[in-house]
Ligand binder design. Structure first.
Ligand SMILES: C[S@@+](CC[C@H](N)C(=O)[O-])C[C@H]1O[C@@H](n2cnc3c(N)ncnc32)[C@H](O)[C@@H]1O
Ligand SMILES: [Zn+2]
Ligand SMILES: [Zn+2]
Ligand SMILES: [Zn+2]
Length: 320
């Protein structure tokens, strides 16, 4: 059977009118150069740095990556634009040298879980549609106080890839309970141009391969609300990815997606618990974004999620 597009998620519709002010890009400075200047002190000694905690590995012969990476180089204008964006930095740093960043110009997206010391996504109706901007190495805040860094420390522990009887393929489940709002993992893979994504989708259909391409659409409004701008982020973990590549689609999911930025203007597609999740439950999110009207296409793939409200087919949205 032909595979459907893994999904298209529409987040942050109209909620980020100030977005264009937040992201001041400095295109000439390479990410690598800045990483060096912030990691090395004036004496050239290494300073404290964040270690991404990710000990997972793939059961398949796939390259494991800790975060999304740029697709292989190609000679096209849209690749050059994507590469420039990938190598850009968000220069909006906070100045909280004493506070916990819960109210700083970046913060507010996370709070402590009432039952423990763990940071979770702040619970609100819009939590999955508000883009998150974490503090980064440019910020003045202290790592041990800052409550606005979660995704950058890597995926949750105690997840496992298993053979899901429901989905008749691999899936991810949790060995322990997970509180609502907890960060699960990034959906990490290769960041694609639109044209490369279209090529891969055609290829997947022709070869009848499982499809992993995920499309995130973000909408921002200009200050006068007249114009709506769309930012498309496309991630494909079919060749390179992390544990997120094994998370299946459900029409009644226990997880949801949010766009998270740390220092790069291209967002990370991040998966958070949408409710309290019990140990041994399989983790799923809605590939089309739950609020979206999902239309059945002639080549839509049958959905195996078994939820009461199952649409019967998987989201199959076009990229444009
Ligand atoms: C991101 S991968 C998920 C991991 C995949 N099950 C595996 O074994 O690697 C997406 C693919 O999994 C399958 N899949 C995910 N959710 C599904 C569902 N609800 N019904 C049927 N197939 C599903 C489809 O083949 C889809 O293209
Ligand atoms: Zn701060
Ligand atoms: Zn901070
Ligand atoms: Zn379903």
């Amino acid at each position: 059977m032909l595979e459907s597009i893994a999904g298209s998620i529409d987040v942050c519709a109209a909620l980020v009118s100030s977005c264009s002010k937040i992201f001041k890009l400095k295109y000439k400075l390479k990410k690598q150069e800045l990483m060096c200047s912030s990691i090395l002190g004036s004496n050239g000694m290494a300073q404290s740095r964040i270690i991404v905690n990710d000990d997972y590995e793939h059961p398949d012969n796939i390259e494991y990556i800790l975060e999304s990476v740029l697709m292989p180089s190609e000679d096209s204008l849209d690749f050059i634009q994507l590469k420039n964006e990938y190598n850009s930095l968000i220069l909006h740093q906070c100045q909280c040298d004493k506070g916990d960043c819960s109210r700083c110009s970046h913060g507010g997206a996370y709070e402590y879980c009432p039952k423990g010391k763990e940071l979770i996504q702040r619970q609100s109706k819009e939590s999955c549609s508000i883009p998150i901007l974490e503090c980064n190495s440019l910020c003045d805040c202290r790592l041990d106080f800052c409550t606005n860094r979660l995704v950058q420390y890597g995926p949750r522990e105690n997840l496992e890839v298993f053979n899901s009887a429901t989905f008749k393929s691999k899936g991810v489940r949790t060995k322990v309970n997970i509180p609502c709002g907890a960060f699960i993992c990034e959906y990490a893979g290769e960041i694609l141009t639109i044209s490369e994504a279209k090529r891969r989708l055609v290829n997947n259909k022709e070869l009848e391969c499982m499809n992993y391409v995920l499309v995130l659409n973000e909408y921002t409004k200009t200050d006068d609300c007249r114009e709506e701008k769309r930012q498309v982020t496309i991630v494909d973990p079919s060749r390179r990815g992390n544990i997120g590549r094994y998370i299946n689609h459900s029409c009644e999911p226990n997880c949801q997606i949010a766009a998270v930025r740390i220092d790069c203007p291209i967002p990370k597609i991040c998966i958070f618990a949408a409710r309290n999740i019990h140990a041994h439950e399989e983790l799923c999110f809605h590939y089309g974004g739950e609020d979206q009207q999902v239309d059945q296409a002639s080549d839509s793939k049958t959905c195996l999620c078994t939820a009461d409200s199952c649409a019967g087919f998987m989201p199959n949205s076009a990229i444009i």
